[in-house]
Design a protein around this ligand. Structure first.
Ligand code: NAD
Ligand SMILES: O=CCc1c[nH]cn1
Length: 424
């Protein structure tokens, strides 16, 4: 209950300061203030949710013959390290610290060097909320700092959010110390639109699946499979909507797309679009540098959101994670065919299906190789639901009750009520 009170107070402070925190997150990352507000809301909800679980953590009591019994205790791991990506800086820190602190651990958190600011505010908020000094710590730095923390003998667990290559290195370092890891890695998720979908919903779902946070979202449904008989109508509607996305100063109320995180990321996205064109894809809209009118924004890393048509499964833009505002549209004919193509990826973070046929919806998600599946929506993140990947998208989960298991260890106590029967 003591941990619960600290988390609830931290959630209250975040709620009270949400406008200031959202503004800082926009400055930190470049995402629109509109989206940053949602991130902050999800963040305090996360702390409230784990505050609710903190007081009810319990083990099991197991009866054994002769009045003997056993019981289990759920115990903290110790010092947990959180290493975060730059796309949801404050929210990722709350997704990790909420369950870590609720379970009785301390946390050392390293944000991405591209977004160092808001997690420091989170640390101040935890202190103000009554967390003892040293319970939640922020260490700034890049790869070498992350490696130092991952190898440190006093660290009990590492929870990592980032790319597959870094995740693989972290797993290797953790293996030396036999430390548990949670890996929230990248994706190239499929979104399947059947012709019986509510078209307006499906189009809105595809927009949500591709263009939040300038397309820099791990679970984005960037391979949009559309049943051939609605391909033309769907594509027209999506292109119309994408052209209307308001790009510009992310601190303005009506902006929906700010700049990408940095110059290398922008150039990487343009290289994917160039490669897509060379491989035969057609740019239906966007994919160009965007120079805002406002003088002070001219050096920003802006681009117009892009839709690619005439895509094929073996194109690089369809196989690899772009991590930018680029949607690839792929036609399909049958359920069987689309399932095989959707699963033909080394990733397995998320997947989505739009259909009015509820039996088909459940049949399809049961066959999809992805940790987070959406039916008739995409990219909603309720804290009550576990989130995480299959295959190279990682393992372990964030959010939901199950995450307590990733931040605690189980002790079994066996109690003898009779005499010791020695075999010697
Ligand atoms: N599954 C998820 O929940 C999720 C969420 C957000 C982002 N991502 C993924 O993250 C990637 C983009 O983020 P990124 O560019 O920040 O990823 P990244 O792997 O480059 O960096 C992530 C973090 O790891 C640190 N790091 C880098 N090298 C390290 C090393 N050798 N040892 C220890 N730490 C190291 C970085 O400083 C940063 O804090 C994408 O692939 C995206 O899909 C996944
Ligand atoms: O980027 C992936 C999804 C997510 C949102 N918040 C943390 N991870």
């Amino acid at each position: 209950m003591e941990r619960s009170r600290v988390l609830l107070e931290a959630a209250r402070i975040i709620r009270e300061r949400s406008e200031e925190l959202a503004t800082m997150e926009t400055i930190n990352n470049g995402k629109s203030i509109f989206e940053a507000r949602v991130d902050i809301e999800i963040s305090w909800q996360t702390l409230e949710y784990y505050a609710g679980l903190a007081g009810s953590m319990a083990g099991q009591h197991v009866q054994l013959p002769g009045g003997s019994f056993g019981y289990t205790r759920r115990e903290p791991l110790g010092v947990c390290v959180g290493i975060g990506a730059w796309n949801y800086p404050f929210q990722i820190a709350c997704w990790k610290s909420g369950p870590a602190l609720a379970s009785g651990n301390a946390m050392v958190y390293k944000p991405s060097p591209f977004t160092p600011i808001t997690v420091v505010l989170l640390a101040e908020i935890f202190r103000e909320a009554g967390a003892p000094p040293g319970l939640f710590n922020v260490v700034q730095g890049g790869a070498s700092t992350g490696e130092f923390l991952s190898k440190h003998p006093d660290v009990a667990k590492i929870s990592f959010t980032g790319s597959v290559p870094t995740g693989s290195k972290i797993m290797e370092m953790a293996s030396k110390g036999i430390k548990p890891v949670t890996l929230e890695l990248g994706g190239k998720s499929p979104l399947i639109i059947f012709s019986d979908s509510d078209l307006e919903n499906a189009v809105n779902g595809a927009m949500m699946a591709n263009f939040l946070t300038q397309g820099q979202v791990c679970c984005n449904g960037t391979r949009v499979f559309v049943q051939s008989n609605i391909l033309q109508k769907f594509t027209e509607e999506v292109v119309k909507k994408v052209k209307k996305i308001k790009i510009g100063d992310p601190l303005l109320e009506d902006t929906r797309m700010g700049p990408l995180i940095n110059r290398p990321q922008l150039e990487k996205v343009f290289a994917f679009i160039k490669g897509a064109k060379e491989q035969g894809a057609k740019v239906l809209t966007g994919g160009e540098p965007y120079i805002p009118e406002d003088q002070k924004l001219k050096a920003g890393f802006y681009m117009t959101p892009c839709v690619l048509g005439d895509c094929k499964d073996d194109m690089t833009c369809v196989k690899e994670e772009i991590f930018g505002p680029v949607m690839s549209i792929l036609p399909f004919d049958t359920e069987e065919e689309v399932l095989e193509r959707a699963n033909n990826s080394t990733y397995g973070l998320a997947a989505g299906v739009f259909t009015r046929d509820i039996q088909r919806a459940h049949r399809v998600v049961a066959s999809l190789q992805a940790g987070m599946c959406f039916i008739n929506n995409y990219n909603v993140s309720p804290v009550e639901l576990p989130f995480g990947g299959y295959k190279k998208s990682g393992f372990g989960r964030e959010n939901g009750q199950v995450t307590i298991e990733y931040y605690s260890q189980l002790k079994t106590v066996c109690v003898e009520m009779g005499k010791v029967e020695s075999v010697f």
